[in-house]
Design a protein around this ligand. Structure first.
Ligand SMILES: NC(=O)c1ccc[n+]([C@@H]2O[C@H](COP(=O)([O-])OP(=O)(O)OC[C@H]3O[C@@H](n4cnc5c(N)ncnc54)[C@H](OP(=O)(O)O)[C@@H]3O)[C@@H](O)[C@H]2O)c1
Length: 310
């Protein structure tokens, strides 16, 4: 039987990639914020009851990390109450829930990759709401997959890659934090890995989900700092005429005026939300259970540039 998939957040970084890929797996009904507003329980119930999906993929979330410090109530509604209700509705109709969470559930006080058994201890409101969302889904007790990912970028939307490209047209010097470490992950790779997991589940039959249900870390391999990531982005943007072509397409500007990137400390770049200093996630469980390993972050960045120029 073909899957009937309900996708939320179809215009987000991960959601847009899923909207392009998931139709290979089944019949997809995807929603943007206006069609299905996660802060409206009526919308959630109505959408799920009318589509009657076999699978719900929730790519929508409240993702503004700094703004969440001022809008905790709204962040909780979208990141906790909405997934909890989706889980209840999914359980009622026997659907599987696929959901995304974050490396920011950890406090970053260590320097070894975190695995799924490590104790979360979020240090900002966004991380707290995402962790509470995970817990709410587990509490409903339905078959689910929660993928914790990190440092997501894509070719659209709001993300570090596009911000660096824009700033490189506006400033001669960029000052970038060099003492926070993580794994920049391309939204396309997250969607691809999600689809590969879902294909494996469907090949293994009806009961497979009970064996595989749970929490998985899903990020690029390797680790870097925001500073190194910024340097890598600008190297790729300026290295080839085609790299520059994308840069022009992404920023609308023809001139790269940046001359210097200076490493700075977190203390020198105060933000409303605190961020973990180290949030590299071990993907060992994903490999053990599904034989999946995402490419290194540098390779993913190369692919994102190559894809943009194709
Ligand atoms: N971005 C990161 O660096 C990062 C890191 C770790 C984990 N994650 C997790 O990965 C998942 C995907 O994130 P992403 O990077 O794709 O985020 P994104 O680009 O910010 O997309 C989030 C989507 O959610 C939608 N949304 C927000 N509020 C909504 C509401 N009330 N009702 C319905 N839709 C709503 C947004 O709609 P609009 O398009 O209308 O704004 C947007 O399309 C999320 O669970 C996020 O927490 C992200």
């Amino acid at each position: 039987m073909k899957s009937r998939i309900l996708l939320t957040g179809k215009n987000g970084q991960v959601g847009a990639e899923l909207a392009a890929l998931l139709p290979r797996l089944g019949e997809v009904t995807s929603f943007d914020r206006h069609e299905l507003d996660l802060s409206n329980p009526g919308h959630i119930r109505r959408a799920i009851r009318s589509v009657r999906p076999t699978m719900i993929v929730n790519a929508a979330a409240y993702t503004s990390v700094d703004q969440a410090e001022r809008e905790e109530k709204q962040a909780r509604i979208i990141n906790v109450d909405a997934p909890a209700l989706m889980a209840e509705e999914a359980k009622r109709i026997g659907a599987v829930l696929v959901h995304y969470s974050t490396d920011y559930v950890f406090d970053g006080s260590r320097n070894l990759p975190y695995d799924e058994t490590d104790q979360p201890n979020p240090i900002n409101v966004y991380g707290k709401t995402k962790l509470a969302g995970e817990e709410a889904i587990r509490a409903v007790g339905l078959p689910h997959l929660i993928f914790r990912t990190a440092w997501v970028y894509g070719t659209k939307g709001r993300n570090f890659l596009l911000t660096i490209l824009r700033l490189a047209t506006e400033r001669e010097e960029l000052r970038v934090v060099s003492d926070q470490f993580g794994a920049p992950t391309w939204s396309r790779e997250i969607a691809k890995a999600t689809a590969m997991v879902l294909v494996q589940l469907s090949q293994q039959g009806q009961d497979a989900i009970s064996k595989f249900s749970g929490l998985y870390h899903l990020t690029a391999a390797g680790k870097t700092s925001w500073f190194d990531f910024a340097q890598s982005i600008l190297e790729r943007a300026s290295r080839t005429p085609r790299g520059l072509a994308w840069f022009v397409a992404a920023t609308g500007s023809k001139r790269l005026i940046v001359r210097r990137i200076t490493p700075i400390s977190t203390e020198e770049y105060p933000t409303q939300a605190r961020r973990p200093a180290f949030s590299v996630l071990s993907n060992r469980r994903l490999k053990q259970m599904f034989g999946l390993e995402l490419p290194d972050w540098r390779e993913q960045l190369d692919s994102a540039f190559a894809d943009q120029q194709a």
